[in-house]
Design a protein around this ligand. Structure first.
Ligand code: S3P
Length: 170
């Protein structure tokens, strides 16, 4: 069974959907940020602060190399994963790539209560989120096999939509 990689902006629903895939469809979910933080023994903000973003990006690529040798996973990628072509190649090698998209209003609503995303600090407003999203849209688009909107949907609904779309796309 191919891996399903979930990409998209912070707060697009990647973690929720990966968890729903595990709970409702018996797939093994991999939460990249969580696993990287566990291995480093540090939170994501602390890794950024103490080691810098480049170091974090290297950890992401190394982890993806490892995952590309496995099967049947649903991988909840950090929002910055598709920025590196090497990462995209690794995701596509063993699986399909699903872009979870949401409106800036939805992203703001979902992210405003937590402080665990260094790139959103001081940027929790529609203008800043839209700007960051615009800067990334092309990368997400180029990396993805399909796109699914998540606004107002439950994790399970999104899983079903993804499975239906993949059936047609591959
Ligand atoms: C990032 C997204 C975060 C996390 C880090 C950087 C990004 O993951 O990897 O804060 O560059 O978009 P989520 O998309 O799971 O919030």
């Amino acid at each position: 069974m191919k891996n399903i990689a979930l990409i998209g902006f912070m707060g697009a629903g990647k973690s929720t959907v990966a968890a729903a895939f595990q709970e409702k469809f018996g797939r093994t979910a991999i939460e990249m940020d969580e696993e990287i933080a566990r291995r480093e023994g540090k939170s994501i903000p602390d890794i950024f602060k103490e080691k810098g973003e480049d170091y974090f990006r290297e950890l992401e690529t190394a982890f993806l190399r490892e995952l590309s040798g496995r099967e049947g996973l649903v991988i909840s990628c950090g929002g910055g994963v598709p920025l590196r072509p090497e990462n995209v190649a690794l995701l596509r090698k063993g699986g399909v790539v699903v872009w979870l998209a949401a409106r800036p209003e939805t992203i703001l609503e979902r992210t405003k209560g937590s402080d665990d995303r260094p790139l959103l600090r001081g940027k929790k407003d529609i203008g800043s989120i839209s700007q960051l999203m615009d800067a990334r849209r092309e990368k997400y688009e180029a990396a993805a096999d399909i796109r699914v909107w998540t606004d107002g949907k439950t994790g399970e609904e999104i899983c079903r939509e993804i499975l239906g779309a993949l059936d047609e796309a591959i």
